[in-house]
Design a protein around this ligand. Structure first.
Ligand code: HEM
Length: 370
């Protein structure tokens, strides 16, 4: 309620109809209202635009699913290697866009355009250096990330597909290195690419075809540079970006693997391996509560499990108590009559609880198993 309206309401309550009671707002109050209104309108406009977009694309839901996921207990710095690789890929894409503004993919002009951007363009050397060092860093990080997923057993069911996507990403990343290396078109990059191409040609079955495809013909020529440029600029980064999307989709869907020293439960969205082997459909399975990403930390079982364990324990106690009572009842007749409590609990005339035991007890032969 605005200040003015509140004052009017107050006035109406205190003395209805009294004109003087309706105080006009002071200049300061008016300024304050205007300021509030401005701030309010500014923020409201921002929220409205975001809300408008959000109600159509559910960006908040996607963002929440990505950023507010449950992660297993014990998640540590090694889990940042995948994101670090992704960050470097983004940096490569950004710096690559700037480099492409000055690069000419022509056998006669490529080297000159590179020298120009390095020596004359503002921050050219810096951006080129970032791209060059970024390439090596991405290879290092991808291997470290792969090592982490391997040693933490993240390649196992149900994440095999994500591992396979990762392998393709690794191959594509090395293809980025190979195709990018030729682009400066200096002596080193020219001869190094010829060597790499010859090695490719020596590969079994597909090797010669692959080498021909990369060379854009039987001989290394100016067209080879155009082909490498197209692969480096568009085809491979596009594939990498799409595969990173799929890779992340699986990471969000399946959750991340707990470290080997943490006991893992059933991953979110996955059927237990026995159910898969037995061909039991997901909808036929009973819902098993899982902790967040499907990981149950050591020493902290989910509530349902605790309740089940408690029920089991109570049942076991009850069975034990009954058995104890039965045993007492069976033993009671042998006990001397003076032992009042036992005699009270199991009177001598009552039949023994276990008929198999009874004759043995009575005739003292001990042949209960005959
Ligand atoms: C461009 C390259 C890659 C990017 C940007 C990338 C990114 C990511 C990210 C952000 C995650 C989730 C966080 C994490 O666990 O680190 C992840 C998980 C994973 N990545 Fe990669 N990755 C790449 C390459 C690879 C490679 C080469 C492999 C293996 C051959 C691989 C296998 C996996 C697996 C199996 C997971 C699931 C980890 C788990 O469940 O704990 N990734 N990746």
């Amino acid at each position: 309620m605005s200040l003015l309206k509140r004052k009017k309401n107050d006035a109406a309550e205190n003395g209805a109809g009294d004109e003087e009671a309706v105080a006009k707002p002071t200049k300061g109050e008016r300024l304050g209202q205007a300021k509030d209104l401005g701030v309010h309108h500014g923020t409201q406009a921002g929220i409205d635009v975001a809300g408008w977009v959000d109600s159509r694309v559910n960006a908040t839901g996607i963002f929440t699913a990505m950023m507010s996921r449950h992660v297993p207990k014990g998640t540590n710095w090694f889990y940042t290697l995948g994101s670090a690789t992704m960050f470097i890929f983004a940096m490569q894409a950004i710096t690559g866009v700037f480099l492409s503004m000055y690069y000419t993919p022509s056998a006669t002009q490529a080297y000159a355009s590179i020298t120009h951007m390095t020596n004359e363009v503002f921050m050219g050397e810096f951006v080129r250096g970032m791209h060059k060092w970024g390439a090596s860093l991405m290879i290092i990080l991808i291997f470290l990330h792969m090592g982490r997923t391997f040693f933490f057993g993240a390649y196992k069911y149900p994440r095999e597909l994500n591992w396979v996507i990762g392998v393709v990403l690794l191959i594509l990343t090395t293809v980025m290195g190979l195709t990018g290396y030729l682009l400066p078109f200096d002596q080193r990059s020219f001869w190094a690419t010829i060597v790499a191409n010859n090695i490719t040609a020596s590969g079994p079955v597909v090797g010669p075809y692959l080498a021909d495809f990369l060379r854009a013909g039987p001989d290394f020529s100016a067209t080879t540079l155009s082909r490498f440029y197209a692969l480096h600029m568009m085809v491979v980064p596009g594939l990498i970006a799409a595969l990173i999307g799929a890779h992340l989709f699986f990471v969000v869907k399946l959750g991340t693997t707990a470290p080997p020293w943490v006991r893992a439960g059933r991953p979110k969205g996955a059927r237990p391996e026995e159910a898969v082997t037995a061909g039991v459909a997901r909808e036929d399975l009973e819902e098993v509560p899982v902790n967040g990403a499907g990981i149950v930390a050591e020493g902290e079982p989910p509530e349902a499990e605790v309740a089940e364990a408690d029920a089991d324990a109570a049942e076991a106690e009850a069975v034990e108590a009954t058995e104890a009572a039965e045993t007492e009842a069976a033993v009671a007749p042998e006990e001397p009559a003076e032992e009042a409590p036992a005699a009270d609990e199991a009177p001598a005339e009552e039949p023994p609880a276990d008929p198999a035991d009874a004759p043995a007890e009575e005739d003292g032969e001990g042949e209960v198993n005959s």
